[in-house]
Design a protein around this ligand. Structure first.
Ligand code: PLP
Length: 444
């Protein structure tokens, strides 16, 4: 759009304007339709133009759109917190609402530090995280993120660095394979704790399935069970960053359920309001809440828009749609179907090295020739952007991810369509993906 002063991601890039959306489809102002194969940034989990959510937001706007949480509470935020307490496992009962995943990660870290302070263990301040991870773009959340490309420019302002390898079986950092590896990548957490001293470690943070930084890397069986044991043995809180994986995306309400693991803090964002209005939640255990209540009785955090009634009403309506339409079970079932179709594509295209993920958070990692090795394409081939561009031209939106050890080289895309995608629509999506790969193959 010539003459616009809106700062775009690539400043001189040309971006089509989306005029409206319906279900899994987005339509640009020239009338072209796109299958939203990534739900935007793995966000629009119930598709576009959902009438129930729009009505709930309109109704709330007619009552009250803003309430300052230090002065008043509000009914949608109260109801949303109750709903999340009912959805979350065991004693994960208490929600602190913020506006984005990055803010939620920062808030979770602050709550973890405060928890140890209130217990008289204020020396426990260090947070351990993993390489090939993404926890957000603000300085604190970026400090914890093992996404080398996004860190590099801000290095001097980052407070810490990840210390632990990701559970990346396709390129195992130890060149081992599961289960004979003995889950060495999980054992690394103990090493990291020993190096720091457990009396200094407050928490470990991880994404259940690595999204933006790894192309849907899902750990092997037993990994999170072992991680939680190590956390318990060393009195360290376990923070599950479910910003991308939560609210049904992987075929469970919380992805950690796949590994029967209950963290001390769970973070939801993105799919919580499915893109209808900004909101994220930090859900903490009874123990954490009660400890702080008995101590200072005040969580030292909060934003102007925290617990915003308009956003809470949107999220509540989204969760009701997910429940009413059984979208979590649907995501699990349709995710298996999509995964099978991706595996078929892997048989056909040697540029596919790996397909992986859980439910409807799936990833494809590209390699130069999978029949020979797992060697990535040379970096200057820009395979991820080639694939996402070709797919978009053909009417399919994919999320560009990264892969390869530390994301330094390697290409991957995420497939994460709305949870209510039908079988017919999956076939259409895969057919466009097939055309995309054929085109890419001809060009390479
Ligand atoms: N955590 C995870 C796992 C994410 O995937 C993201 C965003 O992609 C974030 C945190 C940051 O969320 P936001 O972009 O809403 O700040």
């Amino acid at each position: 759009m010539p003459g616009s002063y809106l700062i775009k991601p690539v400043l001189d890039g040309s971006y089509k304007e989306i005029s409206h959306g319906n279900g899994i489809y987005l339509y640009d102002s020239e009338g072209k339709a796109y299958i939203d194969g990534s739900s935007g940034a793995v966000t629009c989990s119930i598709g576009h133009g959902c009438k129930e959510v729009i009505e709930a937001m309109n109704e709330q706007a007619g009552k009250i759109s803003f309430v300052y949480r230090s002065q008043f509470t509000n009914q949608p935020a109260e109801e949303l917190a109750d709903k999340l307490a009912a959805m979350a496992p065991e004693d994960l009962n208490w929600s602190f609402f913020v506006n984005s995943g990055s803010e939620a990660v920062e808030t979770a870290v602050k709550i973890a530090l405060q928890y140890w302070q209130e217990k008289g263990q204020g020396r426990k301040t260090h947070i351990i995280s993993r390489w090939m991870s993404y926890h957000g773009i603000t300085i604190g959340a970026l400090s914890l993120s093992g996404h080398t490309e996004r860190r590099r420019r801000f290095f001097s302002h980052l407070e810490s660095s990840p210390a632990v390898s990701p559970p990346y079986c396709y390129r195992c950092p130890y060149q081992l394979s599961h289960p004979s590896c003995g889950l060495k990548c999980a054992e690394e957490l103990q090493t990291a704790v020993d190096r720091t001293g457990k009396e200094h470690v407050a928490a470990f943070i991880a994404e259940p399935v690595i999204g933006a930084a790894g192309g849907a890397i899902s750990p092997p069986e037993g990994y999170y069970q072992r991680i939680k044991e190590i956390c318990n043995e060393n009195a360290i809180l376990f923070i599950a960053d479910e910003v991308m994986t939560g609210a049904g995306r992987t075929g469970k309400a919380f992805a950690m359920e796949h590994w029967q693991t209950v963290p001390d803090i769970s973070i939801l964002g993105k799919g919580l309001s499915a893109g209808y209005s900004p909101i994220a939640s930090v859900i903490v255990s009874d123990d954490i809440l009660c400890t702080i209540k008995k101590g200072s009785n005040l969580i030292m955090s909060g934003h102007t828009y925290s617990a915003n009634p308009q956003s809470a009403a949107a999220a509540l309506a989204v969760l009701k749609v997910i429940e009413k339409e059984n979208l979590i079970q649907h995501a699990e079932k349709i995710g298996i179907l999509l995964m099978k179709k991706l595996q078929n594509l892997k048989e056909e295209f040697s540029m596919i090295g790996d397909v992986r993920g859980k439910g409807l958070l799936l990833g494809i990692e590209f390699v130069a020739n999978s029949e020979i090795s797992a060697k990535p394409f040379p970096k200057d081939y820009n395979i991820t952007s080639l694939i996402t561009r070709l797919a978009q031209d053909l009417g399919l939106l994919l999320y560009p991810s990264s892969a390869g050890i530390d994301g330094r080289e390697g290409d991957a895309v995420l497939l994460a369509p709305p949870l209510n995608i039908t079988e017919v629509e999956v076939n259409k999506l895969v057919s466009i993906l097939h055309q995309t790969l054929k085109k890419a193959e001809e060009m390479l």
